[in-house]
Design a protein around this ligand. Structure first.
Ligand code: UVW
Length: 330
């Protein structure tokens, strides 16, 4: 599949999506048979423009190694076993056992999280979201490819430079105002179809721990990230963010301290995770546990926070998620 999916697309603001069915969904924006979601926003024109951001040839891998996060900080995502065997004296092959596709840097596909009222993206029911079907699988993004303008917001540096208290193991809520403040401090402007990378420092903090320290560490009590507020969903949609990724296990701050999804037709407070409106209603691509350290250092050094970004999930028909195989180029 190599289509120009945005041709003829009638974008609407988040508030205009109030009259959509379901409310605040993008199902009629991208089409009821769509399986790409916000990756549709990566038009050929935007990809070509983003490629112009490659000026020095510096490149950055954004994936941590398989098994880097063992024991995995969320419930049960076991270690992958890597087997190398001799085909002959001078030939080797290998395979993976128990390759849990969300156990290291990952992209969440559109089958990952559904809405408690409306089901999965574009109306896929919970009953139909099974191994018997490939609908909304990660293979769609493997085949379309993911490429475009990446923008890094460096939360850690912003707080340090502002002299504001910041704990990368705390529930720091990044609301729309804070995102705007960081973007302004970095001189970032939004182009539409951007892929947003949020560096919080969480992954490096977890990786610096010994195994017993990791076991002790209750990640759910302590993770910076997007605030679970409708204003954040509006901010992401109205900026036409094609993908949002961070170096945390969930992109959104954990645990849920409060959420303002209370209105009828929206999500009920208490059960809300940001994944639900983002993935199920808006079809937004989300990435977790990405390695943003070297890229962030380079951005701080040259003062340029945008770059060409590519990701190529594994082509697993019906896959729920995948390591992103993400690269940034400057
Ligand atoms: C959540 O769904 C909150 O996290 P993950 O995508 O890692 O399952």
């Amino acid at each position: 599949m190599n289509r120009d999916p945005v041709k003829g697309l009638q974008m609407r603001t988040y508030d205009q999506l109030a009259s959509a069915q379901p409310p605040y969904s993008a199902w009629d924006i991208f089409g009821r048979d769509d399986e790409l979601g916000t990756i549709n926003l990566l038009t050929p024109e935007r990809v070509a423009a983003a490629a112009q951001l490659v000026r020095t040839g510096r490149r950055f891998s954004l994936d941590y190694p398989v098994n880097a996060f063992q024991p995995f900080p969320t419930a049960p995502r076991p270690a992958t076993r890597h087997q190398v065997f001799e085909l002959g004296e001078f030939a080797r092959d290998d395979w993976l056992d128990s390759f849990y596709l969300q156990s290291t840097s990952q992209i969440d596909g559109l089958r990952h999280i559904g809405h408690p009222v409306y089901g999965f993206y574009n109306g896929l029911s919970a009953a139909d979201n099974s191994g018997a079907s490939t609908r909304l699988g990660i293979h769609n993004w493997a085949e379309s490819g993911i490429a475009g303008r990446g923008v890094l917001l460096d939360v850690v540096r912003f707080f340090a430079e502002q002299g504001r208290e910041y704990d990368r193991e705390a529930t720091v809520l990044l609301d729309a105002t804070t995102l705007d403040e960081i973007a302004a401090a970095q001189g970032v402007e939004w182009h539409g179809g951007d892929m947003l990378l949020l560096r919080t420092g969480w992954a490096e903090s977890y990786l610096s721990k010994t195994e017993p320290q990791r076991v002790d560490f209750s990640y759910r009590a302590k993770s910076p990230g997007l605030a679970r507020r409708e204003a954040v969903v509006r901010w992401l949609w109205d900026k036409q963010i094609a993908l949002v990724a961070s170096d945390t296990p969930a992109v959104e701050a954990q645990p849920v301290l409060e959420s303002d999804f209370r209105a009828p037709g929206r999500l009920q407070s208490g059960s809300v995770i940001l994944h639900q409106p983002l993935i199920a209603l808006l079809g937004m691509a989300m990435g977790e546990l990405w390695n943003l350290e070297d890229l962030a250092a380079d951005c701080a050094q040259d003062g340029r926070y945008d770059f060409f970004l590519t990701a190529k999930p594994l082509n697993i028909p019906g896959g729920v998620g995948s390591p992103p195989n993400a690269m940034a180029f400057k």
